[in-house]
Design a protein around this ligand. Structure first.
Ligand code: ADP
Length: 152
């Protein structure tokens, strides 16, 4: 059986932290689908098209990695892709508490799903999209926080 994982997120924008978790998990799965979740109640800084284009650029050298977007429940999306793994990254105990709730609820509604966590690399522990957005909005240089291929 092919092992397919979905890495769901907003990627607003993708950071070196996301990139690192995705690349480090390549040995664990046959296919990784990096899926941008679209939540109509959330306001994003970068457009969906822009975020998808960046993801495609960043992972263009990896045939194992697909880029997609979805609306609705992550578990429904996983089912539609025949994926039984959700991949997430953990930086802090706050991440863990948050992820545990979501992971346990996802398991409740889709019993075949397993959430797999990779620990953030120490150098990316403080890195999150929200801080990167703040720096960007205030005219700062975000190039050291986003993958090399992204030229903002
Ligand atoms: P959301 O879409 O839920 O707001 P993000 O796009 O910020 O979340 O992140 C998606 C996933 O990537 C989460 O599992 C998060 O913990 C993980 N992640 C975010 N930043 C990092 C980082 N610097 N290192 C490792 N994992 C990270």
């Amino acid at each position: 059986m092919k092992l397919i994982a979905v890495f769901p997120g907003s990627f607003d924008p993708i950071t070196k932290g996301h990139e690192s978790v995705i690349i480090r998990s390549l040995g664990l799965f046959d296919t990784i689908i990096v899926a941008v979740g679209v939540n109509s109640e959330k306001k994003y800084l970068f457009s969906l098209e822009q975020r998808i284009q960046w993801l495609k650029e960043v992972f263009s050298d990896y045939p194992q990695i697909e880029v997609d977007s979805y609306v609705g429940l992550t578990t429904d999306y996983c089912r539609s892709k025949h994926s039984t793994y959700i991949l997430r990254g953990l930086r802090t105990s706050a991440d863990f508490e948050f992820e545990r709730g979501i992971g346990q609820m996802n398991k409740q509604i889709y019993s075949e799903i397993e959430t797999v966590f990779l620990l953030a690399l120490p150098e990316y522990n403080a890195l999150n999209s929200s801080v990167v957005r703040d720096i960007y909005r205030n005219g700062g240089d975000i190039s050291q926080f986003v993958p090399e291929r992204i030229k903002i």
